[in-house]
Design a binder for this molecule. Structure first.
Ligand SMILES: [Zn+2]
Length: 485
C-alpha cells in the first residue's frame, strides 16, 4: 500500500517496522464540549484505513493493527469551560468522553485499541520531559515552566517544510511568557491559581499540549512506528513539535518517530469552517437524526481524504442515494442461469484503488459498477449470489452495513417509548429517536452478541422485538425486520 507522506511530500510504500504489524497513532479530541460531526468524519478516514489493513495488507492475511488515539483531558479550554459550569474539569472531561465513545459506536466507528488520557499518563510525560531537559534541548524558567529550545533542533520545520525564520514570523509571545525565543513551546506549565496540577521535578504544574502525543505514541507503539495521522490543521505546530520532542528525547539524530505522516482535510459546512463562533456546527446527534451512519460514511468516502470536505445538503442527498443504490443491489434474485459477473475483477479493482493512497472514491466506483452488473444479472435471471457476497464483503471493508431500511414507514406508526426502554435496558445506544433507528441499533447489538457468542442476549433481542410486533428474518444479506400488521 502506498500513502502520501507529509514529511517527505511523496507517495510512499507502507513498509511495517515489524512485519505483519502496523502501529497507528491519531490525535484525539479535547473533551471540553460534545464532539461534532467533523471530528467523526476525520476519524472515519482512519477507521477505514484500520479496517482495510486488518482485512488485507500482506499475502498471509490482514495486518495486526494497534490503533492509539488520545484524550487531552486537561487543557485551558477544558478548565475554562468547567469553571463556567462550576464543575470539576475531570468530571466534565469524563462525561464528554463517555458521550463521544457512544456516538462513535452509533456511527459505526471502531474505537481505537488504546485511548490514553493525559491525566493518567503524567509520569510517562514527566519522564519524557526529563530526557529532553537532560539532553539540553529544554530549559526551566524561574517560574517553573519548561520550554523546548527550538534553535537546538537543526531540522525543526521539516514536517511543515518551512524554516525557523519563516515560522517565527507567525508566532508571538503570550502575556507572561518568559521563554528565550518566540518559537519555543511549553513542555510543562507551572500551576496557576485554581488549576489542576501534579508534582514534578520543576514544581507543581501540568503538561503542555504537544508532549502528551510524543509520550503516548512512544509508550504504546514504540520509539519508531508506522503511521501518525491527524487533520491538516495539526501539521504546525502540533505535529512539528511532536517530532521535535520525540527526537530530542531519544537524542538520536535522524530517528524516525513515525514513518508516515498522514493528514486528512478539514470538514466545512456549506463552504465555511465549522466552528462554534459561526454557529454552523453539526453535532453528532443532529447528524444521526438526519442521516444514517452509512450515508455519513458514504459522504466521507466519496472524496479523497486529503481534500477539504464540504458538507452540504446536496452532497448528503447524493450520499443517501448512493447507499440506496448499493443496498438495492443486495435484494435477492431467484435466477439460476450462470452468472456473467466477474466479481473477482471488482475485488482486484477495489484493492488497487485502496492501495493507492486510500483511494476510496475509486473503490466506491468499483462497487457501484458491481451493483449495476448485479441488477442486470437479476433482470437476466442469472445467479447473482456470489457477486452480492462480494459487494457485501467489500462494502463491509469500508464499514458500510447496507442494512435495508424499507420497513421504516411501517414502523413510524409504532409507539417509540417501549422500543427506547428496551434499548436503554440493554444498554444499546441509538442513532436516532425514531423506532426504525432503535430497531437498527438493537439489530446491530444482536449481530455483535452473536459474534461474541452471547446467544442469550441475541435471543432476548429477538423475543422482545417480537413481543413489540417486529419480526426478524435472518438471511444471507443480514437480518431484515418487518412490522406485523
Ligand atoms: Zn497529537
Amino acid at each position: 500500500m502506498r500513502l502520501q507522506n507529509t514529511l517527505t511530500g511523496a507517495l510512499e510504500e507502507l513498509v511495517p517496522v515489524t512485519p505483519g504489524r502496523i502501529g497507528l497513532y491519531v490525535c484525539g479530541v479535547t473533551p471540553y464540549d460534545s464532539a461534532h460531526v467533523g471530528h467523526a468524519m476525520s476519524l472515519m478516514v482512519y477507521d477505514v484505513l484500520v479496517r482495510y489493513l486488518r482485512w488485507r495488507g500482506n499475502p498471509a492475511g490482514g495486518h495486526e493493527v494497534t490503533f492509539v488515539s488520545n484524550y487531552t483531558d486537561v487543557d485551558d479550554k477544558l478548565i475554562d469551560r468547567a469553571a463556567q459550569q462550576e464543575r470539576d474539569p475531570l468530571e466534565l472531561a469524563n462525561a464528554n468522553i463517555e458521550q463521544w465513545e457512544q456516538e462513535q459506536q452509533a456511527l459505526g466507528l471502531t474505537l481505537p485499541d488504546v485511548r490514553p488520557r493525559v491525566t493518567q499518563e503524567i509520569d510517562n510525560i514527566i519522564g519524557m520531559i526529563e530526557e529532553i531537559v537532560t539532553n539540553g534541548i529544554a530549559y526551566v524558567t524561574a517560574g517553573g515552566d519548561v520550554y523546548y529550545r527550538v534553535r537546538e533542533k537543526a531540522d525543526y520545520g521539516k514536517l511543515s517544510h518551512r524554516n525557523i525564520d519563516d515560522l517565527r514570523s507567525g508566532t508571538r509571545f503570550e502575556p507572561g511568557e518568559t521563554k528565550e525565543f518566540a518559537l519555543d513551546f511549553a513542555l510543562w506549565k507551572a500551576q496557576k491559581p485554581g488549576e489542576p496540577a501534579w508534582e514534578s521535578p520543576w514544581g507543581k504544574g501540568r503538561p503542555g499540549w504537544h508532549i502528551e502525543c510524543s509520550a503516548m505514541a512512544r509508550r504504546y507503539l514504540g520509539d519508531r512506528f508506522d503511521i501518525h495521522g491527524g487533520g491538516v490543521d495539526l501539521i504546525f505546530p502540533h505535529h512539528e513539535n511532536e517530532i521535535a520532542q520525540a527526537e530530542a528525547a531519544t537524542h538520536a539524530p535522524g530517528h524516525a518517530f513515525a514513518n508516515i505522516w498522514m493528514h486528512n482535510g478539514m470538514v466545512q459546512r456549506d463552504g465555511e469552517k465549522m466552528s462554534k463562533s459561526l454557529g454552523n456546527v453539526v453535532n453528532v446527534a443532529e447528524a444521526l437524526e438526519r442521516w444514517s451512519p452509512d450515508a455519513i460514511r458514504m459522504y466521507v468516502l466519496s472524496s479523497k481524504y486529503r481534500q477539504p470536505n464540504n458538507l452540504t445538503d446536496e452532497a448528503m442527498a447524493a450520499a443517501v442515494s448512493g447507499i440506496e443504490r448499493l443496498t438495492a443491489a443486495l435484494r435477492p434474485g431467484d435466477g439460476g442461469k450462470p452468472s456473467s459477473i466477474d466479481a473477482r475483477a471488482t475485488r482486484e479493482r477495489f484493492i488497487e484503488a485502496m492501495e493507492d493512497d486510500l483511494g476510496t472514491p475509486q473503490a466506491l466506483a468499483a462497487l457501484f459498477d458491481l451493483a449495476r452488473a448485479i441488477n442486470r444479472g437479476r433482470d437476466a435471471d442469472e445467479d447473482i449470489e456470489v457477486a452480492q457476497a462480494t459487494l457485501r464483503l467489500l462494502a463491509g471493508v469500508l464499514g458500510l452495513t447496507l442494512v435495508e431500511r424499507a420497513a421504516d414507514e411501517a414502523s413510524a406508526r409504532l409507539d417509540p417509548v417501549p422500543f427506547a426502554k428496551l434499548a436503554s435496558r440493554l444498554n444499546v445506544v441509538c442513532s436516532g429517536k425514531d423506532v426504525a433507528s432503535t430497531i437498527d441499533a438493537l439489530l446491530e447489538r444482536r449481530v455483535a452478541a452473536r459474534t461474541e457468542k452471547d446467544w442469550a442476549l441475541a435471543d432476548t433481542i429477538r423475543t422482545e422485538l417480537d413481543a413489540l410486533g417486529v419480526t426478524l428474518e435472518d438471511g444471507a444479506g443480514g437480518t431484515r425486520w418487518s412490522v406485523r400488521r
